[in-house]
Design a protein around this ligand. Structure first.
Ligand code: BYC
Length: 309
């Protein structure tokens, strides 16, 4: 078969909304885009364990500790599904990890902000996992089979994460004035960075058009950001918190909320490596990777011994 035939077969798969599978021919750019996005997604899950992980030893009750431990473990699991999905594209997980710790591959900007209070555990669940769900549910229909299938389970678990965060915040909002103030302060810090999770505005997003044509992405960054705002406003009202945006208002004509512009220069700085916690996050990941070398060696030696016997 010629490359033209192979390309025609691929185009037909995309046009019919069939799934591209690992052994199918695919254009180099499609493979490269998927490796970039899936690896970045996997790294985000693994680095994303850090802000909340720091609260595991300081959870205010046994119940909260159990819930948080389960959530942080889920995130490790999501990272593993996603690294496995990336490996079906012909890359190696060790190499991806090396690229992460050398800051040659990205992870989500949101995890470069600190979790300063226990309310942040709730806010991360409500807003960060809420944004992740908005972004990831459409990815269950992504054209690449292993990525789409991984997303189904990830999204189910993210729903639990979002609910536990909301429930934690609701409990605090029904508590003391000091607890309510702690929740509001946390929402004030996380609102704008959560909106930035969806990526740059469509006009400044170099990858969206091609990724949508390939069925890797199903919606633009701005469409999903709008969906998240519309979803969050009634949830904020039910909680009794104020979203820190004076321009937030219902627009009858559009049937959606108008909202202010995130600070895109802050986003650019965080993605460049100059956010509040970038250095700390990558250093922590690097140390964990190096400290775990003996475990990987032992597991590899054990597997070789099993295979030989
Ligand atoms: N942060 O052309 P664009 C979680 C980069 S983890 C950093 O729009 P694309 C959770 C982008 O990579 C959830 N970088 O790109 C875990 C590109 O740079 P390169 C993580 C960003 O790919 C633990 C450039 O900006 N979710 O839920 O079409 C605890 C131009 O952007 C960001 C995913 O990874 C960002 N926010 O669209 C709790 C979802 N945004 O690579 C929760 C999967 C953009 O060209 N990923 N950049 O140098 C996606 O859906 C898409 O990759 C994005 C960006 C919407 C994020």
């Amino acid at each position: 078969m010629t490359t033209t035939d192979l390309q025609a077969g691929f185009d037909e798969t995309i046009a019919h909304e069939w799934r591209v599978e690992p052994r199918d021919w695919m254009p180099d750019g499609y493979r490269r885009t998927l490796v970039r996005q899936v690896a970045q997604h996997a790294h985000s899950e693994i680095i994303g364990m850090q802000p909340e992980g720091g609260w595991l030893t300081r959870a205010p009750s046994l119940r909260r500790k159990q819930v948080l431990m389960a959530k942080v473990q889920d995130e490790a699991g999501h990272g593993l599904y996603l690294y496995s999905a990336a490996e079906t594209l012909g890359v190696d997980r060790d190499d991806l990890t090396q690229q992460l710790v050398d800051s040659r591959q990205k992870y989500s900007s949101i995890f470069n902000y600190p979790a300063l209070s226990y309310a942040d555990v709730g806010t991360i669940g409500w807003l960060v996992d809420g944004a992740a769900i908005c972004n990831q549910v459409p990815l269950c229909r992504s054209s690449y089979g292993p990525y789409a299938r991984a997303m189904i389970r990830v999204c189910k678990e993210e729903s639990f994460h979002q609910r536990q965060g909301y429930e934690l915040l609701m409990t605090m909002m029904n508590g003391t004035d000091a607890q309510r103030a702690m929740v509001q302060e946390s929402v004030d810090r996380f609102w704008w960075p959560s909106l930035m999770m969806f990526g740059p505005p469509d006009a400044d997003s170099p990858n969206t058009e091609q990724s949508m044509a390939w069925g890797i992405k199903r919606h633009t960054n701005d469409e999903l950001r709008q969906r998240f705002v519309d979803m969050s406003v009634p949830q904020a009202a039910a909680l009794g918190v104020t979203l820190p945006d004076p321009d937030l208002a219902w627009n009858d004509d559009r049937g959606a909320h108008d909202f202010g512009e995130p600070d895109w220069s802050e986003f650019a700085a965080v993605v460049r490596g100059d956010g509040p916690c970038n250095v700390q996050r990558v250093a922590h990941r690097r140390a964990a990777h190096e400290d775990g070398a003996w475990v990987r060696e032992a597991a590899t030696a054990f597997a070789a011994k099993q295979a030989a016997s």
